[in-house]
Design a protein. Structure first.
Lengths: 107, 334
């Protein structure tokens, strides 16, 4: 199990754990925990509705791909710490990370 | 006023297949979609992506599926209102409805079918104070008629394809076009980006890079856009129009106010016929929810077939519906 923290729109933090051996993405885990993430395109890095900010532990996650950056840089609000949750695989790299839900898409 | 048997809200794959199923039962359809083209998220978000779980197609490109669905629906002559959002739904004394769109198109229908997917795609808005105050008074998120911008001072914000394309187009029409982008480079189509830099060198576009929108001002109507530049300096621009182009995101929109039972942004339906709690309103595809719901196109197709058999009684109250196979009866075009 990997342990990480999610900060919601109101700034409330909650610790979570997720299995690293099921090939899940962070977006899928956020949805499973019933966070209000739309994930319109289902994880193809095409809609940017799973926009998150990695407040802590970003370096371990590696660089965003061009496809992901295409989406992120087109958002009205974009931060150096921005990522698409659908493009982050659950694994040891996420251990200890703090993820903040972003964006006007959260309903 | 457009008169039809069924008004389908949403022209995505499920809405299009619903036309076919309705047609088999001799019911006519009018479809309304907020996007300017049919196909819903398939055409808008991933037209070139393959889909692998459509029965009978080991692999099909999203746009090809939409094209085929349109071909399949064609014998039943569906009509469309595109680029308009459904804003109001008014029940009439005889049980029918009048639908009103954002552009005041009126559709009279005996039955309403909501096949709205995740909602209507609406433009993403920048977070700016007073933004709403100037919407329709200088701030617009879509270029519907380029003539609106003739001989005007226009500021476009964004760095994607549509920002580049409109900057190029409007540079020929407007008095002045300023393109504001937060980075030094563009991620849009390289050809378009090169053209924009070229036009900027010729003095036909003002290009302001590494800058962000900061404020909008005006007296009843937009007249100034204020940016924050690279070194946090303030840049003031005279502007008749600001067009922020930051892509689209789906919103449930006015559907949420129609008295339907909504759970987590989806409409609760009865799985016997995918009817909502309001008589003559059905919901099919990704926009509905019920125990065991799967948001799959193929599930939406199934829901469309079932619900049409239920809706028949509202369109032909005096007729008895008999179930027929297309292989036996063929497809009898209108």
């Amino acid at each position: 199990m990997v342990n990480f923290t999610v900060e919601d729109q109101e700034g409330n933090r909650q610790a979570h754990e997720a299995p690293e051996d099921m090939g899940l993405s962070l977006m899928e885990i956020l949805k499973a925990y019933e966070y209000p993430v739309l994930a319109t395109c289902g994880g193809m890095a095409l809609c940017a509705t799973c926009h998150v900010e990695i407040l802590e532990g970003k370096d371990g996650l590696g660089e965003a791909t061009d496809v992901e950056l295409d989406q992120l840089e087109n958002l009205p609000e974009y931060y150096p710490t921005s990522r698409l949750a659908c493009q982050i695989r659950i694994g040891d790299i996420l251990e200890g990370a703090v993820v903040k839900l972003r964006g006007e898409d959260v309903v | 006023m457009i008169h039809t048997d069924l008004c389908i809200i949403g022209a995505g794959p499920v809405g299009l297949f619903a036309v076919f199923e309705a047609g088999l039962l001799k019911m006519r359809c009018h479809l309304i979609d907020a996007l300017p083209q049919i196909g819903g998220q398939l055409s808008e978000i991933y037209p070139q992506k393959p889909i692998y779980d459509i029965p009978g197609y080991p692999e099909v490109k999203a746009q090809d599926l939409v094209d085929n669905l349109m071909e399949q629906a064609k014998p039943f002559k569906p009509t469309f209102t595109l680029g308009e959002r459904v804003d109001h739904l008014d029940k009439q004394a005889d049980g029918s409805f009048i639908v009103t769109t954002s552009d005041k198109t009126h559709v009279h229908a005996k039955v309403i079918i909501i096949a709205g997917g995740l909602g209507c795609f609406e433009p993403r808005k920048p977070v700016l104070e007073n933004l709403e105050k100037f919407e329709g008074k200088g701030i617009t998120y879509m270029v519907k008629d380029p003539e609106t911008f003739r001989n005007k001072k226009v500021v476009i914000a964004g760095g994607g394809d549509s920002a580049l394309d409109w900057a190029i187009y409007l540079s020929k029409v407007s008095e002045r076009v300023t393109l504001v982008h937060r980075n030094e480079t563009f991620r849009g189509a390289p050809d378009s980006a090169a053209k924009v830099f070229d036009l900027a060198n010729q003095g036909k576009i003002d290009l302001i890079l590494s800058a962000n929108l900061k404020e909008v001002n005006g007296n009843g109507k937009l007249d100034k856009v204020i940016l924050e530049g690279k070194s946090k300096e303030e840049i003031q621009l005279d502007a008749d129009y600001l067009i922020p182009l930051f892509g689209l995101s789906p919103k449930l929109g006015p559907i949420a106010e129609w008295g339907l039972t909504i759970d987590k942004n989806a409409i609760e339906v009865d799985t016997r016929d995918y009817s909502t709690g309001v008589e003559r309103i059905y919901a099919i595809g990704d926009i509905n929810t019920y125990p065991g719901k799967l948001k799959l196109i193929l599930c939406g197709f199934h829901e469309a077939a079932i619900m049409m058999h239920s809706a028949f009684k509202f369109v032909y109250p005096d007729q008895k519906l008999s179930f027929k196979y297309t292989t036996v009866n063929g497809v009898n075009a209108f």
